[in-house]
Design a protein around this ligand. Sequence first.
Ligand SMILES: C=C(O[C@@H]1C=C(C(=O)O)C=C[C@H]1O)C(=O)O
Length: 142
Amino acid sequence: MQSAIRILVAGGLAFAGRECALADPRANTEAPAFWGAPTVDGGKCCGTLGEVRENIDRIDAALIALMAERGRYVHEAARFKPNPAAVEDKARVEAIIRKVRRLAEVRKLNPDVAETTYRAMTAGFAEDERRVAAEMMRHPAR
Ligand SMILES: C=C(O[C@@H]1C=C(C(=O)O)C=C[C@H]1O)C(=O)O
């Protein structure tokens, strides 16, 4: 009796797993869309989740290049701070947040996404700048 129950449960789980695999787009990035029509590039994109992700990967590479350039200026900013405790500038961060929210609106990007990203980014950059400032204090090259 118990083994019959075990077989039924195992069969049910296997069936549910198969259903999930069929419905789960992560299992097949070449499957057609479930809903709607393509919205990007004048309706040319995208036919598959794979195509969506190729574009996201291309944009991520460009964003990282821009972040690296931003990072070089953040390191430069450390030269104008007397010590690591003086690195963080909350008023400047709030001004940046207001600016990027406005820019996002113009570009039809959800301003909340811009704000969340920039709060994380400026916190990360400030941490990095503190490390650079501490290094400068240890080895002043004047
Ligand atoms: C780069 C600076 O230092 C820190 C990093 C900031 C940033 O990532 O934009 C902004 C303000 C500071 O917290 C700066 O003071 O401008």
